[in-house]
Design a protein around this ligand. Sequence first.
Ligand SMILES: [Zn+2]
Length: 266
Amino acid sequence: MKASTSSASTSNPAPSLGWAVTAYDKPCANALVGKVPGSTYLLAALNGAAYHCGQGGPWPWAGIPEGNRPDLLWGIEIDDPGVKVGTFTDYQIENTTRMVAALWEVFGWTDPRSIATHKCWTDGCHGGNTRPSPNLGRKNDTIDGAWREWPGSDTPAPYNAPWWRERVLERLSTGPALWDGTIPSRSAVMRVHPEKGDRPGDANLAAWRVKARLADLGYVDPGKVPASKRAPYPVAGLKAYREAQGWPGDGFSERVQARLFGKVKP
Ligand SMILES: [Zn+2]
């Protein structure tokens, strides 16, 4: 993954989208992660259907030879000028982590080096190569430390490869799903709402299902989901979830329910 062009700004949720799909005869990456929820784009699903990596490698551990190998690598562009730490939005960090975690599961990866930044490819850092790659220092637009850096620090720091690996592996280690697969009705959940419910503060199965689902998605500590299958309205977990969607004032609205569970159930 890498940060995008210097034309990226915060006034448009995905300012590089037009450039990403028109600058060359193929998109500049397989996916583009914009600034806010709803601005992530799949530009080219297939390996090799996008430009993104350029000259780099080899990656001996993966059997990938030196060269320009978009056919063997899948590239995520994060829409940002990419010149300093702190300008990625929380959504970009979260959604990039989720996307990489999904790719890890779909493709059955087992080696954390499968998660790499662009510099790992050009320079061979962070385990990419056993020595500096022939293309070391080829680029200069990275915020993943100095571009000419091999083998790279193993200490996770924004936004180097160990930092992304730590986030993705943490997300993957949440264990088996807690939610039982039944969508709770909104009316049942709202019954125990601390202010609007007719049994405020009480616990029930519907609120437990919301809490369990939030735990599966990483917004609630799984250890705090009661084995009794009854829970009070999960105020803090829902707040964190809504903020990540850009809907902080929403309560347990129809769109919150739809995004959490895939459909509205009154
Ligand atoms: Zn690296």
